[in-house]
Design a protein around this ligand. Structure first.
Ligand code: 5GP
Length: 362
């Protein structure tokens, strides 16, 4: 097996609808085209287009959502996305999605998320670990690592935790509803909240009350930060001290200083940044500066379906663009364990998985 695929990896920034298989999206769009709901050729063109600006990406997401906002389809794409990540040895996945309401089809934010959880349970190619470890007495703790399951067999396992995204188009009340839902669904693997959506839409002050409440209640927070030049918002986000941030493309001197002194981990999405032209080329990507400064970073896909990438592909890209060898890349993959939003028991188990993989690679 290809070395990059074979090493265990941790994925911390993957949007469910952005990770949809291209083939599934085309199949579903063709079906809606036949029903006359959409004009398939328009959608096909948008899906097959390779390079698109960040603003065009958000237009594409509106199209994708027309196709996927349906309980059964959400279950299907969740199952496929998890199976795809597991197939390339992602051993821990934080999958984020924006709970959506659509009264026309009887969809509430809760039923949206229930369809997602149903998809996680439908995964058959790999064992899915969803349950938080710290549920208290009476909840059995599974301390078995991936290659050493309790019954003596060696079945593959993927840990999946969910992050509920707040879209920047939402109101404070709607953001608060998402946080309440996340709290109710903690036992089903919901570990935190993400703020995402078109960065030129919405105000930080709109989301702050919900994000503060989420943190008070013990949820972890990650923010899309600095995807456009907006120093006031970037500074406000850094002052909030989120658990992690995504992207960090348009930081100035002051913002870099603040980020580094607070040691906030950065989710790096190389292909996404290049494709959306938020970074002009990979060799000038800020990853290399953060890496050299030993700042916490983790390589991620963002939207593997929309940007036709994979986590192994992101590792290969970083290795070749920045001249990092296999042992450095393995260390980088293992380091990501420190930044996950799951509890210490999961961190320990992941540590064992990497330890066992390291022994095999020696
Ligand atoms: P979903 O939440 O529907 O599962 O995944 C798609 C959504 O994630 C998009 O509608 C958008 O709100 C968010 N998203 C995906 N990729 C990006 C990105 O690169 N930047 C930002 N800000 N949001 C994104």
């Amino acid at each position: 097996m290809d070395w990059w695929v074979s090493i265990p990896k941790v994925e911390l920034h993957a949007h469910l609808n952005g990770s949809i298989r291209g083939s599934t999206l085309l199949e579903l769009a063709r079906g809606l085209g036949e029903k006359g709901t959409i004009v398939f050729s328009d959608v096909e063109h948008a899906i097959l287009k390779d390079d698109r600006s960040l603003q065009e990406v958000f237009k594409l997401f509106d199209l994708i959502h027309i196709v996927t906002t349906d309980h059964k389809i959400l279950t299907r794409i969740t199952q496929e996305v998890v199976e795809d990540f597991a197939a390339e040895n992602v051993v821990y996945l934080e999958l984020r999605t924006t709970p959506k309401r659509n009264d026309l089809i009887g969809m509430s934010k809760r039923s949206y998320m229930e369809a997602v959880v149903k998809g996680l349970r439908a995964v058959t190619t790999v064992e899915v670990d969803l349950a938080p470890r710290d549920l208290g007495p009476g909840n059995p703790v599974n301390s078995c690592a991936i290659t050493d399951l309790c019954d003596g067999t060696a079945r593959k396992k993927i840990y999946v935790r969910l992050l509920l995204s707040i879209d920047r188009r939402e109101t404070t009340a709607s953001a608060m509803e998402t946080v309440e839902l996340a709290l109710e669904m903690r036992d089903l693997g919901v570990a935190g909240i993400d703020l995402s959506g078109n960065p030129i839409v919405g105000e930080w002050a709109t989301f702050l009350p919900a994000l503060k409440f989420a943190r008070e209640q013990g949820l972890s927070i990650t923010l899309h930060c600095g995807e456009v030049p907006n120093p006031v918002e970037i500074n406000a986000m850094l002052d909030f001290l989120p658990g992690r941030i995504g992207h960090a493309c348009f930081f100035g001197e002051e913002e870099w200083r603040k980020l580094k002194s607070c040691k906030i981990p950065v989710e790096i999405c190389l292909t996404s940044n290049i494709r959306t032209e938020t970074i002009s080329s990979v060799d000038v990507h800020h990853f290399v500066d953060l890496y050299n400064a030993e700042h916490p970073t983790v390589l991620c896909t963002d939207d593997s379906g929309v940007f036709s990438t994979s986590l192994s592909g992101e590792y290969i890209l970083a290795s070749s663009a920045f001249g990092l060898g296999r042992s450095e890349m393995f260390r980088l993959a293992r380091k990501a364990i420190e930044f996950i939003f799951a509890d210490d028991a999961v961190k320990r188990e992941l540590g064992e998985i990497f330890e066992s993989a390291a022994r095999k690679l020696d």
